[in-house]
Write a protein of this length. Structure first.
Length: 284
């Protein structure tokens, strides 16, 4: 794929990339050619009909099939059956979302993951098949933001043991992205293992139209205090330091939360019940 794109970029003297067929419409200085069932070729300049015809001849069916199968391994539940790449298991999918600077992001990913395979899904998303963490997600986040000068989010799947599970793992990262917008809006790294409760509640919501009772606080400051308290393992001192407030102020807020919800989240069982109730209110 990369060799084909490089050849097209050399011929046309401009940027060329693959996009999903429904991803975008060409701008004034762009041309989209060679449409397939799933993909198009986006050329970042206007082309004449003669140039389009010449490029179409270079893009034979085998090239399209290869690119399409590369995306299908994640997007199609049976895509793995047509893919012969040698992947090492277990692995995790790192779904990396960014706003721009695709070329810079791509180069950083290549240098950061020497042995792991990378699929560029579209202009703003790449997926890395990570078998061994040569770099932490937080380190990668820092490198991408400082060197590619783009905002980034990294969503990490559960461990994948076989190729037939790749599609499910990718779908999980899509759900994690949506849950993260509601529960961890400012989080730039979202890991599957940190979102087990939200995933569980989301699945309950979807199962047979199940409706879960909620106990909304209706106070963003109290909700933020509660979540940071839970994230700091019910530790009053650490939570107060994190919030830059006096411990007595924190205790006052926790007492107020108990008066509203009936849950004293300083107690483990109440903390679990409050958290599930909070998730049920957020995930609708």
């Amino acid at each position: 794929m990369n060799a084909l794109l490089q050849e097209l970029q050399t011929i046309l003297d401009c940027k060329v990339e693959w996009i999903k067929s429904d991803q975008l419409k060409p701008k004034k200085n762009q041309t989209i050619i060679c449409e397939s069932n799933r993909l198009k070729v986006l050329v970042h300049r206007s082309l004449s009909q003669v140039e389009i015809s010449l490029i179409e001849k270079l893009l034979d069916n085998s090239s399209i099939s290869y690119i399409q199968s590369e995306l299908d391994i994640l997007c199609d539940p049976n895509g793995y059956k047509n893919d012969d790449r040698a992947l090492k298991y277990p692995l995790k999918l790192w779904r990396i979302l960014y706003r721009d600077s695709r070329e810079e992001v791509s180069e950083i990913l290549k240098s950061s993951f020497h042995k792991d395979q990378i699929i560029n899904m579209n202009n703003n998303e790449s997926v890395v098949f990570v078998t061994k963490d040569e770099i932490t997600p937080y380190e990668l986040l820092g490198v991408l933001e400082s060197e590619a000068l783009t905002s980034v989010k990294i969503i990490i799947s559960n461990s994948v043991a076989q190729s037939s599970s790749l599609h499910k793992a990718y779908l999980d990262t899509l759900e994690l992205s949506e849950l993260g917008k509601r529960i961890k809006e400012k989080a730039q790294v979202i890991k599957y293992e940190d979102m087990l409760f939200p995933m569980f509640v989301s699945q309950l919501r979807k199962a047979n139209g199940l409706d879960l009772s909620t106990n909304s606080v209706g106070d963003s400051e109290l909700e933020q205090t509660a979540m940071i308290f839970l994230e700091n393992n019910l530790n009053i001192t650490e939570t107060a330091n994190k919030l830059f407030i006096h411990r007595n102020t924190l205790i006052y807020r926790l007492n107020k939360l108990e008066n509203i919800t009936g849950y004293d989240i300083r107690k483990f069982n109440d903390a679990i019940n409050y958290y599930l109730s909070y998730l049920a209110d957020q995930i609708k």
